[in-house]
Structures are given as C-alpha cells and as structure tokens.
Design a protein around this ligand. Sequence first.
Ligand code: UDP
Length: 252
Amino acid sequence: MPSANQNESSPRFRRVILKLSGESFAISGERGIAMDEVVHIARQIQQAEATGCQIAVVIGGGNILRGANFKERSSHIQAATAHYMGMLATVINGLGLQDALESLGCDTRLMTAIRMDGVAEPYIRRRARAHLNKKRVVILAAGTGGPYVTTDTAAALRALELEADILLKATRVDGVYSEDPEKNPHAVFYDELDYVTVQEQNLDFMDSTAIAHCKEHKMPILVFNYKKDGNILRAVRGEELGTRIRLKQDEA
Ligand code: UDP
C-alpha cells in the first residue's frame, strides 16, 4: 500500500499501473497516431517518473482498431481475429510511446503479451518487476495476449500481478460522472465511489471485467484527466484529483 510522503517531490505511490487509451495518442476526434500527442503524454510520464515512482503503462489500441467494433462491421472476419488485430494495434502505440519517452531521456522497456522477438521483449512478470525496480518505464502492450477482453482488463490484471499500489486510468474528462459529461453538461461528478455503486449504476468509464477484478482484490482505481498538464504527476503524488474508486468504508 502507499508509503508515507517523505518530502514535497516524493511520490505517494511506490508503483502504479497507468492505463492509457489509444485515443490519447490521436488528435481529438481523429484516428491513428499523432506523435505530438504521444510526446505530450510522454512528458507527463517523465515528470511523474522523476519523482521515483515506478510506472508501468498499459496501452490501448482504440485509435487504430477495437476488435468488437471491427467485427461488427463485417461478417468476413472472425471475432477472435479482430481482437488479435486490436492487440497488435496496441503494440504500434507502444512503439510510439517508447520512442517518445526515450527521446526525452527516459529509460524504457516495451514488453508484449504476444511474443514478437525483434520488436519487443516478451512479458514475463518477474522481468517486468526487475525493470521497474531499475527505474525503467515499462510499457505493456498486446493486452492480456488473449482475445475477447480489453486493455482495461489487462491493466487490472497487471496491477494485481505487479503489486501496484493503484491503477491510474487516464481519460479525457475529469473523472467519473453520473452520465457522459460530453453529452449532458448537467451530469454529476463523483470525487469518490465504491466498486458496488460503480457496478450497480453501470458507470461507464472502464470495462466491467476490469472493475470486478479490482473489486475482488481491493485494487484502488483513480480515474483522472490526462489532458491537463501535470495530472499524471499529481496522480502519483496522491494529490486530490479525479475520482477515487475503492471499497466502502465498512468493507475496508
Ligand atoms: N484486446 C484483446 N485482448 C486484450 C486487450 C485488447 O483482444 O487483452 C483487443 C480488443 O479487441 C480491444 C483492442 O485490443 O478492443 C484494443 O484495446 P482497447 O479497446 O482496450 O483499447 P483502448 O480503448 O484502451 O484504446
């Protein structure tokens, strides 16, 4: 669990999983990758890493392809194939993020859940932990390596097996709302929620399998806005921002 603050710049969290969706790599409303957007996020990661927090990034692929949507549009592709295509899309993003981080002087390792020697290391839990301990930013691509789930689920599982203190879910809005705030300006913002309320109200900020894993294993989640400069740093410092999801007080 989080260690106490030692000084102003020290992180509150020792190790975090940062879930970045593919859309954070594209210009708003567009698809594909824009390196300026990738570098914007990479700078924020670099700031956060400089505090000494160990960061593993689970990267999405929705800016390129989401398996379920792709399958829906054609009967000529099998669902599993479409999901594998989605997983490969996350590797494209991972390569972009790796170079962006390294151009800023960060030491990184790209690890994939589907083996692709020559491009990245295979994901091996103990090796990932060793990289983190050596202060390398670890980028985890290809999700879980299996179809029919999303990178939210991969992020929840990696947070558990890498014993992260918290799962940081970066979104383009300030946190969790009662409804989509981009559609309803009167949607209510929550600064804190428990997993049961999230499940009962079907709050749609992360896939339900990921929420279930976090709930079962008491992994706290912070949903916050990556578009605001410095928010990744604030998140690892444990500052007040976004929406915190955890157990109800009486269950803790
Ligand atoms: N995917 C998968 N297994 C995984 C992770 C991802 O099959 O463990 C596929 C799935 O089709 C998903 C796509 O990869 O839609 C891209 O990931 P995701 O939709 O989570 O990206 P994001 O929305 O975060 O950009």
